[in-house]
Design a protein around this ligand. Structure first.
Ligand code: URA
Length: 244
């Protein structure tokens, strides 16, 4: 059985304004529950089994939201920042009402797949080092990335703080003076991709995350654009989570 909650709290959490705003809607006779006009904004209802209508339109109840964003450069992947714009600043009020946060971090100058949710458990499972959720990055690197780098990455490289990375898969797409590669890693240390290349004497000059678990960035999303994940996509993020 689902827990009952106050109507004003439910609607406020869904982005229909403050509790006072909801009271106003109730007063004007705009809210119906299971076909009956409501007169008290503090009544307790089960939001899953009740049909809530506001001005005749059915309210879709949900507790969690899951968004995929193509993060642009120059944007911080946190909920607030005193100086720069954050990924939360890019989303609409409708979604902000759910208090989402980014799942993991991308550097300010990194682009690509960012998942935003208010589902702390999903975030925990994706970020847990025990789950080994794969992250795929596309990078452009100054210098020639070699077959030897591939072997080194496959064994794990020692970062500047002495940490030895888990085996990572390096695919070289082009390697002139300037190399284009894909790197798959199962962990998420601070600046990991950049520091792995520094460990082999090379500099990442462009970085974009392409995938998390089985979830791939929807390339039709322009920089800064976002959309909700489908049910199938939510399951895809947790490749390991599914089997445990
Ligand atoms: N590795 C990095 O170096 N930066 C990122 O933003 C993500 C992974």
């Amino acid at each position: 059985m689902q827990k009952k909650e106050r109507l004003d709290k439910i609607l406020s959490n869904l982005g229909y304004g403050s509790r006072k705003d909801v009271k106003g809607l109730v007063k004007s006779g705009s809210i119906e529950i299971n076909g009956k006009v409501v007169s008290d904004s503090s009544i307790k209802i089960d939001p899953y089994s009740s049909v809530i209508k506001i001005e005749g339109k059915t309210v879709e109840y949900r507790e969690f939201i899951y968004l995929m964003m193509n993060k642009p450069q120059g944007i911080i992947s946190s909920t607030d920042d005193f100086r720069d714009k954050t990924v939360i600043d890019l989303i609409s009020e409708e979604y902000k009402a759910f208090n989402p946060f980014p799942v993991g971090r991308l550097d300010k100058d990194t682009e690509g797949l960012m998942v935003l949710t208010n589902d702390g458990q999903l975030s925990h499972r994706v970020l847990s080092p025990k789950k080994h959720v794969e992250k795929v990055y596309y990078a452009e690197v100054e210098g020639v990335v070699t077959e030897e780098d591939k072997l080194l990455f496959n064994e794990g490289v020692i970062l500047d703080d002495g940490y030895k990375t888990l085996p990572a898969k390096l695919e070289i797409m082009a390697s002139d003076n300037f190399s284009k590669i894909y790197l798959t890693i199962e962990e998420g240390k601070f600046h990991q991709v950049k520091r792995m290349f520094l460990a082999v004497g090379k500099k990442v000059v462009y970085l974009k995350r392409m995938a998390i678990g089985g979830l791939r960035l929807d390339e039709s999303l322009g920089l800064g654009a976002y959309r909700e994940l489908t049910k199938e996509e939510i399951l895809l993020i947790e490749r390991k989570g599914l089997s445990e």
